[in-house]
Design a protein around this ligand. Structure first.
Ligand code: PHE
Length: 338
């Protein structure tokens, strides 16, 4: 083997031995660098006679080209290996199961709200919505509950610093009953409406929350009687609880805006609450003074109203013992209604 061939195969071995780019460049310097083996050969040419210079020169050049080709091949091989390594390290496993969309669900109280709307719509009731921040007049006075009347103490609420045009502070409505007046002032009779929504009171324990939901019902026409109230409300409960056997009873009570007034109790014929009377709603024939505040003649227009708690209805429907569960936002509780 000629000396040049030897240098070429030395270079090949050195390049193969280089396992990364920096050591390959070091190996290159040993052969092609200023003091490299091949460079030494070229320097040696200067002293030779012209003929030999020519042949040897061509041979050295050939060797140089061979070494450069080997160098480039090794560079490419190292780069390929590096890329392959990176690709496998950064590989995405597309066979992994996805994370899922994390679907939420409708809150149990909202489910009751929706059911109630459906039931009352099916018997011709409109559904109305009104403000949670009310004036003193709509929340109390228009409902026959004047300033300083003791009946106001049944419903303490939260007051705002902002005042209405009469100088009285605005408040968070204590019930949905102001919607009776708001709706009746805006819609001519016959009036048949429910108004579900949020209500507020200074109250907090296992069965009371400072914010809760009510649904108001109002039916006003020329010939609506207490018997209609009983029939409509009983049918509503039977549909809501999907229980045709449940019983209702009306107990005399007092509300300033109804006369006569009643508390509506119900009792299941079966199930864990079987046989116990449970208070479910306030109701009564709308007081003539309130009908007057509707802008209607109480000699001509009569009817009834009721107001029921949505949390209460939901607790009875699902057998929930503590109202606060509705507002804890504990997913273990909420998922049971998904
Ligand atoms: N607004 C009353 C309450 O919150 C309930 C009620 C409504 C009573 C309509 C009679 C008529 O307690």
């Amino acid at each position: 083997m000629s000396q040049l061939d030897q240098i070429v195969s030395q270079a090949q071995a050195a390049f193969e031995a280089a396992s990364d780019a920096p050591s390959l460049e070091n190996a290159k310097a040993q052969f092609l660098g200023k003091a490299g083996l091949l460079t030494e050969q070229l320097k040696g040419l200067a002293a030779l006679p012209p003929e030999e210079k020519k042949t040897l020169g061509a041979a050295v050049n050939q060797a140089k080209q061979a070494i450069e080709a080997l160098l480039n091949a090794r560079r490419q091989a190292l780069a390929d290996a590096q890329l392959a390594k990176r690709l496998s390290a950064e590989a995405i496993d597309i066979t992994m199961p996805g994370r899922g969309a994390g679907l939420g669900s409708v809150h149990p109280v909202m489910q009751s709200w929706q059911r109630i709307e459906e039931i009352f719509r099916s018997i011709g009731f409109d559904v109305a919505d009104g403000p949670e921040i009310e004036t003193d007049w709509f929340n109390f006075t228009s409902l026959n509950n004047p300033l300083n009347h003791p009946a106001r103490s049944m419903q303490d609420t939260f007051y705002l610093e902002e005042r209405d045009e009469t100088g009285l502070p605005l408040l968070l409505r204590t019930h949905t009953s102001p919607m009776q007046v708001r709706y009746a002032k805006a819609n001519p009779p016959p009036i048949k409406v429910i108004a579900p929504g949020r209500t507020y009171r200074v109250d907090s324990d296992a069965t009371h929350s400072p914010m809760f939901h009510q649904v108001e019902g109002l039916w006003i026409a020329e010939d609506v009687s207490f018997a209609d109230l009983k029939g409509v409300y009983h049918d509503f409960l039977k549909q809501f609880f999907e229980d045709d056997a449940l019983d209702i009873r009306f107990r005399p009570s007092f509300f300033p805006f109804t006369e006569p007034s009643a508390e509506v109790d119900m009792r299941f014929a079966s199930g864990p609450l079987k046989g116990r009377w449970l208070e479910i709603s306030g109701a009564g024939q709308v007081h003539p003074d309130v009908v007057r505040n509707f802008g209607l003649d109480p000699e001509r227009f009569v009817g009834f109203a009721f107001g029921s708690g949505l949390e209460r209805l939901t607790m009875l429907r699902y057998g929930i013992g503590d109202l606060r569960l509705f507002f804890d936002n504990d997913l273990r509780f909420l998922r049971q209604f998904a």
